[in-house]
Each structure stands twice: as structure tokens, then as C-alpha cells.
Ligand binder design. Sequence first.
Ligand SMILES: Cc1cc2nc3c(=O)[nH]c(=O)nc-3n(C[C@H](O)[C@H](O)[C@H](O)COP(=O)(O)OP(=O)(O)OC[C@H]3O[C@@H](n4cnc5c(N)ncnc54)[C@H](O)[C@@H]3O)c2cc1C
Length: 436
Amino acid sequence: MTKTVKIIGGGLAGCEASYQLAKRNINVELYEMKPRKFSDAHHSENLAEVVCSNSFKSTLLSTASGTLKEEMKIMDSFILKVASDCSVPAGSALAVDRDKFSSEVTRRLENMKNVKIIRGEVKSIDLSEPTIIATGPLTSDTLAEEIQKLLGEEGLHFYDASSPIVDASSIDYSKTFSTSRYQKGDSDYINCPMDKVTYYKFVDELTKATRVELHNFEKSEIFEGCMPIEVMAQRGVDTLRFGPLRPVGLVDNEGKRPFAVVQLRRENAGGDMFNLVGFQTNLTFGEQKRVFSLIPALENAEFVRYGVMHRNTFINSPNHLNSDFSMKKYPLIFFAGQITGVEGYMESTMSGLVAGINMANKLMEKQKIEFNNLTITGALCNYICAKNQNFQPMNANFGILAPLERDIKGKTEKKEAYAKRAIEEMKKIMERDNEH
Ligand SMILES: Cc1cc2nc3c(=O)[nH]c(=O)nc-3n(C[C@H](O)[C@H](O)[C@H](O)COP(=O)(O)OP(=O)(O)OC[C@H]3O[C@@H](n4cnc5c(N)ncnc54)[C@H](O)[C@@H]3O)c2cc1C
């Protein structure tokens, strides 16, 4: 019997998932609410609209996004193929002519005989039908309410206000100490002390730094929910010392209370990434690097992910999803794209790809593909479903990969070694899937 999968949302993830299912001879009904209804950021009638920058980031293998692209090429990514066909010169980055790209994705899907594109907003979810929900960071309100009913009050977030994350190996531990506040509980935090001169210089630079321009629709709801550190700093030079940088209850290795303290909290179980506690920020990425590097222990810190503040509907994936993007409670329902807590164009596409392949495998009673932490794909899939009380979206980066088997000193050599290992592993994974 021919099987049919309903895909909700014709963005990057939904289109990628549609192609992966259709090429495996599964019928697809792809629902897209445009042009009947547009989110605040979408304007084109076409599928796979690129809403902001036209860059899909670097193609260099010494970068995590370049490595992810290479993995996706091995997995036969449809979106990546169309992007390459519609690319515009952008140095080592893959950038697209956005109109050509979206209309080409739409045209190619329309021409696939087992893909039916249905225009209209989906307002409810039928749990008995194989479905992939890929409605993105700006999921329509009615469907978002349905998803919230399905997952419970804590299951869905509406904006992302994440602090920056640094690579643990790039922290200068000679300038940190690790007792807990009032010596209560385990000393899970790394404390980065600042003296008076450094603190005031930091506050001065923070308040002057360049910020990202928010969209009108984002302004009120984001700032109601969470105040950026630079806005807090503007309220008075000592505000941070009485807020997230308060030193009370903390004594350094010499038994003294520092003037101010930035705390770093473990981001993953392996302890190879730490986030800056209370540093929700709206500064541009370049300014985050410049200003946060004024914190003595972070002078040479490598930022695995910069802080962001934007409207972003995403589910609390660790409680609800498996690593193949299927729901723990309803095995026929998958989520894909930015709504799963991956962050970025390529990451969203990758999740549509993995959800599409695994939905197909499930319906064809084939084994599920397990992507492991040697690949960026697997590390992201595993990140979003790993237990995490402070779950925040994650982009492609080398910090989430399993450590290398041998220590490599040079930064570029280390990244290239991660990339080489990831690509070899992805080839093996896909060969195994083809054999089954
Ligand atoms: C304003 C903004 C700017 C961004 N800029 C960047 C950037 O520059 N670089 C980057 O890497 N990432 C960026 N992102 C993050 C993310 O990578 C993109 O949003 C990406 O397009 C996500 O892909 P997706 O397939 O998950 O969702 P989308 O591409 O948003 O696709 C979701 C689709 O679902 C449709 N839909 C929604 N609700 C329903 C419904 N109920 N029924 C039917 N259809 C529905 C929407 O119309 C849309 O076409 C940005 C996000 C936002 C919100």
C-alpha cells in the first residue's frame, strides 16, 4: 500500500523532508499557509523562503558549517543542491540569489510526481497520521496553541534569549576559581573575577557597543521576557554588580571577595562548553567577541555560539523528542527545523533531512539511522534530545562533537581533524543505511 506523510510547513526543513520522502517513493502532502497567510517575516509566495541573510555560511572544512554542508552532501541534501545551483559569489561562503533559490525549490518539488503542495494554514494535528511538523520559528498562533496543548505548558518557547557559549578548552583557568556561592552545593560554576578597573571598563564598553536591530514584531515581547545585559548595564554602572555579576557569597582562592564575578555554567554533560550566566544579549557577534573578551579569563575564549535575542518558537525537545526527531509519546509525529531547537538555515535543513529519512525508514520498516557524535549532524540530533534543564537552541559547532582520539595543538589542524573524521563517519553511516 502506498504510504502518505503530511508535512506541515514549506520552509527549508519541510521542503528537504518532502524531497527525502518522495525520493523513497512515499507520497507527500506538503501544507504551506502562504500566500493565504504570512508570518511577520515572510513575504514571498514561494516555498523555502530565506527570510534574512542570503548566506548559508562557510563552505570551508575548517569550519563547523562547512563540515555540516559536506555531511549533508553525502546524505543527498536537496536544499543544498538547489542552493549550489542558485549561488552567487560570496568568497568561501555559500550565498544564494534568494528569489531564484525559492522559486527553484518550489518548481522542483511541484514537478515531483508524489509531492502534492496544499496551500493553507494547518490548525490541528491528527496524531494517527504520519506527520512532520516543520512550521519554523514563526509558527502560526493557532497551530502553536495546538502544539502547546500536545506538549504541556512547559513544552513550547516563543522567543530565544540565549547567552553566549564558550569552548571550555579556551578559558584561562589561571584567572578563575570554582567555589559555589556561600559554599552551598557543588562547585559547578567557574567564576571569572574582575577587579574594579576592569569591571568599569567592561561596563563602559558594554553600554557603547553596537546592537542588532530587532524587527518591530519582536521588540515588545522579547524585552518583556528578558532584559539584555547591555540594557541592564545602562541603568547604572553598578547594576551588574548587584545583578548577574554580584560577588556576594563568593571568595577567590586567596579568601577574598572579588569586586565583580562573571559565572560560567556547564552547557553539556561532557563539560566541554560553558555559558556566561545572565548574559542574554542583543550585541552584534563581533561586539560580543570584543567586549566579552575583556573578562580576564575569557581574553582568548573561543565562542562556540554567540548570544541571540529573537522571536523563536521552539519546543522543549529534550523532554519530547528522540534523536531521529520523532516524538517520544507519539511515534508517528516528527518535528523538523528550527522548531526543534536547532539554529540556522543549514541546521534546520539538516533536521528536515534526518526527520525525512527516518520517517521513511519507519514507514518502510527499515532500521532507524543513528547519527553519532563524530558527525555534526549526529551531535546536533543528540544535543536536542539530551537531558538539559536550561535547553536553548544550538547551531553547528565543533564543541558538540566527541573529543578527538589524540590531542592536536594547532587550532586549524584540530578543526580539520574534526572535519575529516566527521566526513569519513558520515560516509560509513550512509553506506550502512543503503545496505539495509
Ligand atoms: C526573522 C528571522 C531571521 C532569521 N535570520 C537567519 C539568518 O540570517 N541566518 C540563519 O542561518 N538563520 C536565520 N534565522 C533562523 C532560521 O534558520 C530560519 O528561520 C529558517 O528559515 C528556519 O527553517 P524552518 O524550515 O524551520 O522554518 P521556515 O523556513 O520559517 O519555514 C516554516 C514554514 O512554515 C509555514 N507555516 C507556519 N505555520 C504554519 C501553519 N500553521 N500551517 C502551514 N504552514 C505554516 C511558514 O509560512 C513557513 O513557510 C532567522 C529566523 C527569523 C525568524
